[in-house]
Design a protein around this ligand. Structure first.
Ligand SMILES: Nc1ncnc2c1ncn2[C@@H]1O[C@H](COP(=O)(O)OP(=O)(O)OP(=O)(O)O)[C@@H](O)[C@H]1O
Ligand SMILES: [Mg+2]
Length: 442
């Protein structure tokens, strides 16, 4: 059954249930109120008659014989009272008045005669005033139920129409989402659904859109990976084979220094293969970490010291900015060094002369150590930020390999940080600078 039908059924059932309970309760309440009213008006008379009849029965050796001879009603102060007494076999043993038995039974008030819990007989008291009262008593609940049923039915009908519309309206956003989910399932990655509201449906739609985009992105990455790897391998291989061709054609003895550029390319090639191997390991969750308590501040200052000569070439100022003494974390020091090195090498590459690069350490919520690598470099355009940690992603795809790297540094950094249970994010302003924020559990 569809969601819309289920919702409508639930609403309809509750409306019907509530209406029925309401009608029943009204009926019972009105009836009880009227009964109390009758008791109040003839309570005294009923008590007298019960006492008198009980006394007679006992004095007469447990028998109703000759009751007719007695004027049972002599103590009753009402106009034209009538009485009908029946024994326990429902035989009439006494009757006073001109009205028919049926009338007295229907419109009179009934009383029981009991001796020690045993019912020995019953009587019906009747007078014209009580007859009118009883008529009203029978009439009012019937008319109340009639009125309630008629108006109730109209109201139920209206409520059902409203419930139908409401359930349709509530289910409408889902109806829109379902075919789109279906299409995504059939492979239309990236498909989007319109988000019109800010409620839970809107949030589901937003989450769906995000997921769909992510899937599309992951699929594109997957498709591009082989092409990217081939592309990255081709450049060093072309250079190496070109150089070797040239050396062969020259036919001379090869000087050691002529081999240096070849060795450079081979080192690059090796690095690329190694990076890819590590990435695929990390992505499969198979990275082994040699975790030991490590002082991040110590590690950062060692790195900054090692990079000092490179920074000096561009007159870049390096700085460690420590805001907490609680800087010891359980990490694999070598991998973390690699992360910071990747970030710092990027910072050095993209920061112009006389710039400033800093590593800031601060504690957050007593649970997290924040390591921020900040530079005053060229910055990154906002459209690149979501893809920055993807494999082979470079902001300027056309840039030559010499001015940039392979685009694996940040992907590796992210995998390392994640396998430490941490998180890495980037914030950047064009021509102002870039900030990589690492969060590590303390
Ligand atoms: N500090 C930074 N300032 C400006 N752009 C940056 C910065 N860090 C990274 N980028 C941009 O992000 C891209 C991806 O960086 P990443 O480190 O992953 O690759 P890479 O440096 O190009 O190559 P690799 O690190 O593999 O040698 C870079 O190509 C660059 O465009
Ligand atoms: Mg890099």
């Amino acid at each position: 059954m569809s969601f819309h039908r289920k919702l409508f059924l639930a609403l309809a059932l509750s409306i019907l249930g509530v209406s029925l309970v309401f009608i029943l309760m009204t009926h019972i309440t009105v009836k009880k109120t009227l009964e109390v009213g009758i008791d109040e008006t003839r309570g005294q008379e009923m008590k007298l008659l019960t006492q008198e009849l009980t006394a007679y029965f006992l004095q007469n050796n447990d028998s109703w014989n000759d009751l007719q001879q007695i004027d049972v009603l002599k103590t009753i102060q009402q106009d034209d009272p009538e009485l009908l007494v029946l024994d326990k076999e429902q035989q009439i043993v006494y009757q006073k008045g001109d009205s028919s038995h049926q009338l007295i039974r229907n419109l009179g008030i009934k009383g029981d005669i009991r001796i020690a819990k045993d019912r020995v007989g019953e009587f019906y008291y009747y007078d014209p005033e009580i007859a009118n009262f009883t008529k009203v008593m029978i009439g009012i609940p019937i008319s109340v139920v009639f009125i309630l049923t008629v108006t109730g039915s109209i109201l139920i009908l209206i409520s059902l129409i409203i419930a139908y519309r409401l359930s349709k309206w509530l289910a409408a956003p889902l109806q829109k989402l379902l075919p789109v989910i279906d299409r995504l399932g059939k492979g239309e990655l990236g498909i989007q659904v319109q988000t019109e509201t800010k409620d839970e449906y809107g949030k589901i739609a937003e989450a769906f859109n995000h997921m769909s985009k992510e899937l599309e992105h992951a699929e594109t990455l997957r498709k591009n990976l082989t092409a990217d790897v081939a592309h990255e391998l081709r450049t060093p291989l072309t250079i190496i084979s070109g150089k070797l061709d040239y050396l062969q054609q020259q036919g001379k003895m090869i000087q050691p220094e002529t081999l240096l550029p070849l060795q450079d390319e081979l080192i690059r090639l090796n690095q690329l293969v190694e990076d890819l191997r590590i990435l695929s390991f990390a992505e499969a969750g198979k990275l082994t970490l040699d975790k030991v308590p490590t002082d991040m501040s110590e590690l950062a200052s060692q790195l900054l010291f090692a990079l000092e000569p490179l920074a000096e070439e561009k007159s870049i100022h390096l700085e460690l900015d420590k805001h907490t003494n609680d800087t010891t974390v359980l990490i694999d020091a070598n991998r973390m060094k690699q992360v910071l090195l990747n970030l710092l090498m990027n910072a050095l590459r993209y920061t112009p002369e006389n710039g400033h690069i800093s590593i800031r350490l601060l504690k957050e919520d007593n649970q997290t150590l924040k390591v921020i690598v900040e530079d005053t470099g060229v910055g990154i355009e906002p459209e690149h930020l979501p893809h920055l940690f993807d494999r082979f992603y470079r902001t300027d795809q056309a840039r030559s390999r010499d001015s940039g790297g392979t685009g694996l540094g940040l992907a590796i950094a992210k995998q390392y940080i994640q396998s430490h249970g941490g998180n890495i994010e980037v914030e950047s302003k064009l021509n102002v600078g870039t900030m990589f924020i690492i969060q590590l559990p303390l």
